[in-house]
Design a protein. Sequence first.
Length: 294
Amino acid sequence: MHTRRSSSRWRFAGDGWIHGILIVLAAVTFYPFVFLVMTSLKDNPQFFHQFWRLTFPLHFENYASAWSAISGYIANSFFVSVLSVLGVLAVSSLSAYAFARHRFPGDTFLFYAILSLMMIPGVLSLISSFMWMKQFPLIGGNNLLGQGGTGLLNSRWALILPYISGGQVFAIFILRSFIANLPEELFEAARLDGASELAVFARLVLPLSKPILGTIAIMNILSTWNDYVWPLIVLSDDSRKTLTIGLAFFQGAYATTYGPLMAGYVIASLPLLILFLFTMRYFIEGLTSGALKA
């Protein structure tokens, strides 16, 4: 009896240490964002003289200044991210279904060739991607042949098309594994009922793949929303620049006024925070989803 009590006491003490470490790590993780919010409500004298504390009065006008400066960049990032994610989901889901449920000559070689692209760092393809965007014809523009002009450069297509092309590789990899583990009996029953391949894909595969599709969508939105290098290379018109580029120019304009600058960073992070709060369930389901059993 005494041994059991001692064992329980040691187990509780061990759990207490674990909980304490987790609390400290959580505090270290969230404090930068709390500090960012506090700093966004200060003016310069408050920032320099009371650096670590929340001071009064609170300057909410910093958010109005920040919003007026970056609202257009947020709209551009939202437009590019949504179209890119829709393109990635459409292309990768169709490709993964073909790889998982159909056999054709060279399917294994083609699949591994696609996977090999994951081993190439994105920075190595910057020059070639830039040249491709320069040579492509401008969709919906006057430069239909792309000769003697800038092609897709300085257009939103220069962001959307490479994002779709690069984002589908990892998406095909995880979607193929998920679809391949779906019970074959479901597909046989659907075909016996007279469903076409498109109907099987739309009414069977897509509904069952919602968690993993949600995970892919969140990961792609994070990568496109936070991308800095590629938009900086291909965009020169200020009206088309994305949020990361806009924040860099905003930082230059407000280098000595830290309140509006930090307010801009808070506003830029809120869409991703709200997205994750509302889609966290799908994200976790997608990460923990395993093979379905018949």
